[in-house]
Design a protein around this ligand. Structure first.
Ligand SMILES: [Zn+2]
Length: 1007
């Protein structure tokens, strides 16, 4: 049926175009070829050959128009787009785009930046010759719509511009490297848009500028092509999985649109904002056969303009309707993707007043034609998927390309037909963003000039700069009214009557001159608001499976003060625009000894590594000198020239005070520890964020796989600290230790060879990805700690270290009913004398994703159960009142000994019974030390979703467990994550810099 419908439609289309001038009976421009334009017969024949079913194509892509002057993708590929066995490198894709540029004035290629490994990224503009000639004039028009302040928010002027401007539809391909189809689809799409003379395509070409970045993750694309080539050369063997995509992260490259820490995000963001594009449409592959997950499911991000939510629906459902008419099965626009987190690449558009879009099409992870069998839920017919995918089909890369191109062309056409509506919406969204203070508010965010963490404040402001947000600075002190704080939990009716306390009143807050003001009356206010505001995901939300993180509040994660100001007076404060944020640093005062207050700023660690010859000590207690107060952990720097220190401190935004005399305070050396960072071959994604952080801070480290650890018998000879960041992907002890079975199959090399020249890049290599840490590796790590090394673990590697018995007195449990899905939680400082805590305050936020839940015990080898808090001490039924002892008749009474109390995060006191022949009682100096704990249940949530949080509330969040002569430092939180958690970086850096003095300030229990 579907096949017949398809061919009938083609027939109608052809008849329609031959008889009537453009529109069909439905007044729509019919999709399909112009019979007057010749077809490239050989190319078209191959399209048909590689399309596995007639209903896996459409009248838009089942032919290729011929051109005498413009080369088809075959010129570079040697075959048609989507042909089996062919995956071009990025360089080949670019070569083709540049051939197009040479051959036709309808194509222009722009270089948009480089990747971390130095590969080029491009954007290809395809439109009519006239449109491309007038790019700059058009950009000026779009710029006025993008920033309505330029036309004084004048709607009539905007309408004029809307009538004249050509909109820009930006398409991005293959950000996810194993999703391989987009580059060839986009090569062919560019050709069609440049060459096809059918009215349908001509309308797009004349009405819209299509901008294409055919490869977003360029480093990963080249690796993927290598792997595929290896597979073609070894057809009977298993092939290596893509263990690295980009230099740092894999799938998470599509979670970077908040922090903008990766080059690809920065380059696409600049292109999107610089071109003033209306749409950013990102291509992915996973779901059969085309899932427009723009619409997704609730909850929607709370900071987007509702106009955008309507646009998602309008474009998405039109897309489904158009492809349904073509008879293409499996096209749908609703699914279990919530649209909450703004971390996805496409969300650059959503929070910069454009339209974000995303396709999941069906890819084979390569260019083989393969039989694909679906799960029942994938082929089930649902209300939103009336023509579902088929249970089992032969699927080709060409099929995938057909779907991608058809979806894009129908979208482009619909967008062009309605371009005035979308341009007007673009303007309206920008205008409404600019009017934010007088509409929903707030008026501004203020980052005070006296924040004790100026370097971290600058890091946060630089995120906003990368997001194209305008930043201002107050030229004088000012005050604003802050709304009354509501009590956290509403007082009970009874208590309220008794207390008769007055309702909380609004307060005034003073900000010093030099405070940063992020005005909300600017076109990109929404992204700033989304990053700086707090998030709340209700545990009762019908959406039970959040797709990604639920909370991200940047001020909290950076440990930087951010005031949300609704008082519009703030907009009248005299202020200057800041062009480049930089924290002020340098040396002040006289003397040859230099002191630096420690506020847990990562820049201090950078300074330590930079001044390698300087002698630096940490004060173990607070002190006063030169009329200033220095907190515990403050640096005392000697043996360095004032000039060197001043230069380094100025660059890093670190404030240094010269002292004439050394303070009387106990100190220990702060050394530039030799660091190894361990990765598995299972996944390098989550540790990649740790590498990125260390590289950004210019802290050197050796990068070692678990296999390498297994081969180094004297780790202490080479390293002082081993970081073992989270592995992710539910990797348990068996997977990390044993790796992938080697008892069968073939070795899976990850090496540069003539066949695979790009695999290794600047990362790591192995002859076989499969072996894990092995028992040798386990023994080496354990010896490393025994002999005095520091092993630092987080989340799943903390569980791993504990399962392997690396630390006594700590146990781990997985959450039972608790749900903390990528949330910001509050912690409390427990041991402020520990060097790991240097610079931190009593309270601070951290990123948590469901634990693990850690508990302490004073008994070795006790797999402690999670402690449930104070037990119910209800007395049994008997004589007396509730607190008056019972009696036993005929026996003298005896008071029970007072039970020694302990807090949830502490080691429970050793009981008299445990002390009897107590060979398992851990001596106090060997007991683990809790540095930070999770806040009480009622205070735990900062941002995001917490359900059943009492399972982890008050439990240890960061533990320093002595082991042999060394330490295992265990994190339940993830302190280094997605470039978003700068505030907790220093917990890791403190452990590194104080690796040989972690016991400083330790207070042991008496017994
Ligand atoms: Zn993807």
């Amino acid at each position: 049926m579907t096949g017949l419908g398809w061919s009938k439609l083609v027939l109608l289309v052809l008849v329609g175009t031959a008889l009537a001038p453009r529109a069909g009976a439905d007044r729509e421009t019919p999709p399909g070829r112009d019979p007057k334009q010749p077809v490239d017969e050989a190319y078209t024949e191959r399209i048909h050959k590689y399309t596995t079913e007639p209903y896996f194509t459409s009248p838009l892509v089942d032919y290729l128009p011929a051109s005498k002057t413009v080369p088809t993708p075959q010129a570079v590929l040697g075959d048609v787009a989507g042909a089996p066995g062919i995956l071009p490198y990025a360089e080949d894709v670019y070569r083709y785009m540049r051939l197009l540029e040479k051959a036709t004035p309808r194509v222009k290629v722009f270089s948009i930046g480089k990747t971390e490994e130095g590969r080029e990224m491009i954007a290809v503009a395809v439109s009519s010759e006239e449109n491309l000639k007038n790019l700059e004039e058009n950009r000026a028009r779009l710029a006025k719509l993008a920033d309505p302040r330029a036309i004084k928010l004048d709607d009539a002027e905007a309408d004029k511009l809307v009538g004249e401007a050509v909109p820009i539809y930006y398409i991005t391909g293959t950000i996810h490297s194993p999703e391989t189809g987009a580059p060839t689809a986009l090569m062919e799409l560019a050709y069609r848009l440049a060459v096809d003379e059918s009215p349908y395509i001509k309308e797009i070409r004349d009405g819209t500028i299509t901008l294409i970045t055919p490869v977003v993750e360029v480093d990963g694309r080249d690796r993927m092509v290598d792997v595929y080539k290896w597979h073609l050369a070894h057809p009977k063997q298993f092939y290596p999985w893509l263990v690295y995509w980009g230099k740092y992260v894999a799938h998470d490259n599509n979670r970077d649109a908040m922090g903008v820490t990766l080059k690809l995000t920065e380059n696409v963001l600049h292109t999107y904002v610089g071109w003033k594009a209306q749409v950013l449409h990102d291509l992915h592959e996973s779901v059969p056969y085309l899932y427009d997950n723009t619409i997704g499911d609730e909850p929607y991000n709370a900071w987007i303009d509702p106009i955008l939510a309507d646009e998602w629906q309008v474009i998405g459902w039109n897309n489904v309707a158009a492809m349904t008419k073509f008879g293409m099965p499996g096209v749908f626009a609703h699914g279990d993707f919530d649209t909450w987190s703004p971390g996805y690449l496409m969300f650059i558009a959503a929070l910069h007043n454009g339209i974000s879009r995303l396709y999941e099409t069906f890819g084979n992870g390569g260019a083989d034609t393969e039989e694909r069998t679906l799960q029942p839920e994938q082929y089930a017919r649902t209300w939103y998927r009336q023509n579902p995918p088929l249970p089992k089909v032969l699927w080709s890369q060409r099929d995938n390309n057909n779907y991608e191109e058809t979806g894009l062309l129908t979208s482009l056409h619909f967008f062009t037909e309605n371009k005035q509506r979308f341009l007007k919406n673009f303007y309206l969204k920008a205008k409404r963003s600019t009017m934010k203070p007088s509409e929903e508010g707030p008026a501004a965010y203020v980052l005070p000039a006296d924040d004790p963490r100026p370097a971290l404040q600058a890091e946060l402001l630089q995120v906003l700069e990368r997001q194209a947000v305008e930043i201002s600075r107050a030229t004088s002190a000012f005050s604003v009214t802050l709304p009354a704080k509501k009590p956290k939990e509403p007082a009970k009716e009874k208590d309220r009557k008794e207390e008769k306390s007055p309702p909380p009143a609004p307060t005034t807050r003073e900000f010093p001159a030099g405070s940063y003001i992020i005005r909300m009356d600017q076109p990109y206010s929404r992204i700033a608001d989304a990053l700086l505001d707090h998030q709340y995901w209700s545990p009762d939300d019908p959406q039970k499976t959040p797709y990604d993180d639920t909370g991200w509040t940047f001020g909290e994660l950076y440990h930087v003060q951010v005031a949300r100001v609704t008082d519009s007076k703030v907009l009248d404060v005299p202020m200057d625009r800041v062009r480049e944020v930089h924290a002020r640093g340098g040396v002040k005062g006289e003397g040859t000894l230099f002191a630096i207050a420690n506020r847990a700023e990562p820049a201090l660690a950078t300074l330590r590594y930079k001044l390698h010859d300087a002698s630096i000590e940490a004060a173990e207690e607070p002190f006063e000198s030169a009329g200033k107060k220095f907190n515990r952990g403050s640096f005392l720097v000697r043996n360095t020239s004032r000039g060197d220190l001043d230069r380094a401190a100025a660059e890093l935004g670190v404030q240094v005070t010269a002292l004439t005399a050394p303070p009387e305070v106990k100190t220990h050396p702060v050394r530039a520890a030799r660091i190894a960072l361990v990765h598995t071959w299972l996944s390098t994604q989550t540790e990649g964020w740790w590498r990125l952080a260390l590289d950004k801070l210019a802290i050197p480290y050796a990068y070692l796989s678990t296999q390498a650890i297994a081969k180094i018998s004297d780790l202490n000879g080479k390293y002082d600290v081993i970081l073992f960041p989270p592995v992710g992907y539910n990797a348990g002890v068996d997977a990390v230790v044993n790796g992938i079975p080697t008892a069968w199959g073939n070795p899976l090399p990850w090496k540069n060879t003539p066949e695979t020249p790009n695999l290794v890049g600047k990362n790591d290599a192995t002859d076989d990805l499969r072996p894990g840490l092995g028992w040798d590796g386990v023994a080496h790590l354990q010896e490393f700690v025994e002999r005095g090394g520091v092993l630092l673990t987080a989340m799943d590697t903390s569980s791993l270290a504990l399962s392997l018995g690396f630390a006594d007195g700590v146990s781990t449990q997985n959450a039972n009913k608790m749900k903390i899905v990528g949330s910001v939680v509050e912690m409390r400082l427990v041991d402020d004398a520990s060097p790991i805590a240097y610079g931190y305050e009593e309270k601070g936020a951290a990123y948590c994703d469901n634990g693990p839940i850690l508990s302490l015990s004073s008994i070795a080898g006790q797999r402690g159960r999670r402690r449930l808090g104070p037990e119910m001490r209800a007395r049994p039924t008997g004589r007396g009142s509730v607190d008056d002892p019972d009696f036993a008749v005929g026996r003298p009474g005896m008071e029970a000994p007072e039970e020694r109390k302990s807090e949830i995060w502490e080691s429970p006191p050793v009981s008299d019974e445990q002390k009897r022949n107590g060979f398992r009682v851990i001596p106090p100096p060997r007991r683990p030390r809790v540095i930070f704990r999770y806040a009480d249940s009622k205070d735990l949530l900062v941002s995001g979703l917490i359900e059943g949080g009492d399972e982890i509330a008050q439990h240890p969040a960061v533990v320093d467990a002595p082991s042999g002569k060394g330490h295992v430092v265990l994190f339940s939180i993830n302190p280094v994550y997605r470039g978003e958690t700068w505030g907790t970086y220093a917990m890791v850096l403190n452990a590194i810099l104080n690796f040989d003095n972690l016991n400083a300030g330790r207070k042991d229990a008496a017994e």
